[in-house]
Design a protein around this ligand. Structure first.
Ligand code: FAD
Length: 806
């Protein structure tokens, strides 16, 4: 066994082997995989191993497509069979919402050149004569869908890695991982120790235990999961081809051919968690006792759809463990608080994603960043707030609703509230409908009756009209938006200015009271973040950014050492904030403060520490609404007092509380981008209109990468699009993000955010378009169907920024 390696991968399931293979393929051949038992000894060996290409998230779709193509290449490259069957998959829609979801996916497939299209009932019956298609509204066909042999795939990755020089040691359980003073890792096993630059935790069912060896708590929880295989079905035995698999998600089961019978698996409502206190060390190639009663309802729906299932006897039942994160996506990437510790844990569709996941891990480890934006996978999307109770509640909910449609704007209630602010009960009594933002409850909108919940769908829902009221109230008078969920940081000490300069791409003001908008640049020169940086006092800065990305951004902040005597602290927990905005916001606030808010005394992009209603606040004259407004940040203890005073004073002026859903509409009316949608490491500054904020004539984090990307022509441009009013009205729908855009019959780009612009009376979208000039006519695929639209030359609300500076 080697004593030194560039990377040690812990775990020889399908994911660990794929990461090892892709590291070796990227040229890191001095790599080792350690497996405590035989390869595949976790969830891998007993998986049904179905493979699908389509996913609601476009980048995950790309990854799944890469994976499906890779299996055949792997077979050729290694000579190891992967047992690939690709007879296709049929996706059935029984409800209108499912039809919208499938049509949207088909539109995306057309844009990205993926194989997924609608077929008629006749063709579907020809493809799968055992299915009864009654009651099915629409059928999509994915010709590449199918399944693989889990052990074959794992062995092929292992063979490909070994052929490139990687070492694999079976029966070598890792007993400890210790970081050395020089930053390298000491990986201890019973067979000897290895010093490694990187550690990769791909320990599947034991992901929690392996993470704990490095002092990391991962929000993971295993469950049981069952499928069964029928005896031979004569019609199948008589066929000279393989049947496509059936994705009847409304029926909440999956079904495919296995041998000469059928395999049916189910995600039942009566979920069984397993190993809540930890996965037993000695658990190996074992299964749980069959419990088909638990999946009876799902089975009955499968039998209704495919009667042959009910007629055949059951040959084999598999009830095995799989391990979940709170949102059913992998916990992926370097752990922000450690250096060179990578995790890839909690993977449910391991066989659809193994290849792309290995590729992304190898890119991140060897090149410093993935080429795709995959925040949906990033381990940093959860913090310490995602403790065991939250994780268990979310996993139960995710499992039970595995095949439910995840609608735009959907907020699931399970496990909440986790973190609340002092105004929470007051807002609740006012009818607030809350969303979850990095653990915090924050008001999305205010309903007439407390206890109201969002209805769900791709069309306009119960919140649409009340959110419109809020948006118009703000534009016409004033609104009070709780922005406590924004991330807030303070940097103070003799090197505070230098540190901010060294981190952010814009020039940082040294004069107290001045603020600037400052992008953070990623390793490849894309937009890793957008912040407001404010000089509050000499060598004292406040930085405000996306709350969702607090842990994600900590990776970047850690890269720049703090000068001696300078401190960096997060104020997110200890401080709360309100954005008071709209034409009457000045009058509202002026009645509560002795400080002059007149523009000559308090211009746009300036800040002051002032008292509002007797509460000390840091006031910034900025507003994401694009309107006249101030952000007021106070200590958490003062939040309720400040809120009550703002509401009370606002009442006389016709001001009202406004939720974050209205804020999304207001910022789109102004064409403002938002982190995670328009701003991501995948996009370059000149593609999102932020190039003027990137000062290449000074050093900053990843400056050379920015210089390189900014020296190239933009690949596409961020544009505002107006969807034809009558068409949006007829569909009762607005864009939500992800919808493809076509221009003169060709794919031109995609929507990143959409909303109805209530104050301007137009259905709007922001999106990246290639080769489409303002004024051009395009088609936006709302609900998967073309809707005429036009690219706008400028923001429909206050394009010159007169209101902002008023
Ligand atoms: C019943 C069932 C059906 C499924 N069907 C599908 C499907 O149809 N399609 C699909 O895509 N996915 C399916 N899955 C999920 C799929 O099995 C997983 O996504 C995948 O196997 C996860 O692989 P992994 O490598 O992350 O983890 P694992 O397979 O759990 O591998 C982890 C490995 O790490 C090793 N290890 C643990 N601790 C240590 C240590 N200390 N030192 C060294 N090694 C260690 C373990 O022995 C194990 O071999 C199914 C799962 C189940 C249970």
């Amino acid at each position: 066994m080697r004593t030194h390696a560039q990377a040690v991968v812990i775990g020889g399931g399908v994911i660990g082997c794929s990461i090892l293979y892709h590291l070796a393929r990227a040229g890191w051949t001095d790599v080792v995989l350690l497996e405590r038992d035989e390869l595949t000894s976790g969830s891998t060996w007993h998986a049904a191993a179905n493979i699908h290409g389509l996913h609601d998230n476009t980048n995950i779709s790309r990854i799944q497509h890469y994976t499906m193509q890779l299996y055949r290449e792997l077979e050729q490259e290694t000579g190891q069979g992967c047992g690939v069957f690709q007879p296709g998959s049929l996706y059935l829609a029984q409800t209108e919402a499912r039809e919208h979801q499938l049509r949207l996916q088909a539109a995306k497939a057309r844009l990205y050149g993926m194989n997924f299209h609608e077929i008629g009932r006749d063709e579907a019956e020809r493809l799968h004569p055992l299915v009864d298609f009654d009651g099915v509204r629409c059928i999509m066909y994915e010709p590449d869908g199918g399944n693989v042999d889990p052990s074959g795939v794992t062995a092929a990755y292992a063979a490909g890695a070994r052929a490139r020089g990687a070492e694999i040691h079976r029966f070598a359980p890792v007993t400890a991982t210790e970081q050395m003073p020089d930053g390298t890792w000491l990986v201890r096993t019973e067979k000897g120790d290895i010093r490694a630059d990187w550690v990769v935790n791909a320990a599947g069912l034991w992901g929690r235990e392996v993470a704990r060896m490095a002092g990391v708590e991962l929000p993971l929880q295993p469950t049981e999961h069952q499928y069964f295989v029928t005896e031979t079905i004569p019609e199948i035995a008589a066929m000279d081809r393989r049947l496509p698999s059936v994705a009847d998600r409304d029926g909440e089961y999956y079904l495919r051919q296995e041998g000469q019978g059928l395999l049916v698996g189910a995600y039942e409502r009566d979920v069984r968690l397993w190993a809540e206190e930890g996965t037993p060390r000695g658990f190996g190639h074992e299964l749980f006792a069959d419990d088909l009663e638990r999946i009876e309802e799902n089975m009955m729906r499968a039998i209704e759809r495919v009667p042959a299932v009910g007629e055949a006897g059951i040959k084999r039942v598999i009830n095995g463990p799989m391990i979940w994160s709170p949102d059913a996506n992998v916990l992926f990437g370097p752990v922000p608080e450690l250096s060179n510790y990578f995790c890839a844990n909690g993977i449910i569709p391991g066989f659809s994603q193994s290849g792309g996941m290995g590729l992304m891990a190898a890119q991140w480890i060897t090149e410093g960043e993935m080429r795709h934006d995959l925040f949906a996978w990033d381990v940093a999307r959860f913090g310490a707030w995602a403790g065991p109770a939250f994780t268990r509640a979310r996993v139960r909910d995710q499992y039970a609703h595995r095949f439910a449609i995840h609608f735009p704007n959907e907020e699931r209630a399970a496990g909440r509230p986790v973190r609340t602010r002092p105004v929470y009960e007051t807002q609740k009594a006012m009818g607030a409908v809350f969303g979850l933002n990095y653990g915090w409850e924050h008001p999305l909108w205010f309903a007439d009756a407390p206890g109201t919940e969002d209805t769900l769908g791709f069309t306009r829902q119960n919140w649409w009209a009340p959110v419109g009221e809020e948006a118009r109230t703000l534009r016409e008078r004033a609104g009070i938006i709780d922005i406590s969920n924004f991330a807030k940081y303070r940097v103070a000490g003799p090197g505070a200015h230098d540190w901010c300069e060294a981190v952010f791409a814009n020039r940082i003001p040294a004069e107290p009271g001045r603020s600037c908008l400052a992008p953070l640049i990623g390793k490849r020169g894309g937009i890793a973040g957008d912040f407001t940086v404010t000089c509050l006092a000499p060598e004292e800065y406040w930085i405000i950014g996306s709350g969702l990305a607090e842990r994600y951004h900590s990776r970047f902040f850690r890269e720049v050492p703090l000068p001696a005597g300078t401190v960096f602290e997060s104020l997110t927990d200890s401080h709360c904030g309100f954005n008071v905005a709209g034409p009457e916001s000045r009058a509202l606030l002026q009645n509560l403060t002795g400080a002059s808010l007149a523009t000559p005394d308090f211009p746009f992009l300036r800040s002051k520490r002032i008292e509002v209603a007797g509460v000390e606040v840091t006031a910034l004259r900025v507003s994401f609404t694009g309107d006249l407004g101030w952000e007021l940040h106070c200590r958490e203890d003062d939040q309720l007092r400040l809120y009550e005073a703002l509401l009370e004073e606002g009442r006389a002026l016709g001001a009202a509380p406004v939720g974050s859903r209205a804020l999304m509409s207001l910022r789109i009316e102004k064409g403002y981008g938002s982190w995670g949608r328009e701003y991501s490491p995948e996009y370059w500054p000149q593609e999102v209109g932020l190039e003027r904020l990137v000062k290449l004539d000074k050093p900053f984090l990843n400056r050379d990468a920015a210089a390189e990307t900014m020296g190239r022509p933009a690949r596409e441009a961020l544009r505002l699009i107006e969807i034809d009013h009558a068409a949006a009205e007829a569909s009762r729908a607005d864009a939500t993000g992800g919808e493809p855009v076509f221009h003169e019959g060709r794919g031109a780009g995609r929507v990143t955010s959409g909303a109805y612009g209530y104050a301007v009376g137009r259905s709007l979208a922001l999106g990246f378009l290639d080769g489409v000039a303002p004024g051009a006519e395009v088609e936006v695929m709302l609900l998967g169907r073309p809707h005429p639209a036009r690219v706008l030359p400028q923001a429909p609300f206050d394009p010159q920024g007169a209101r902002l500076r008023a």
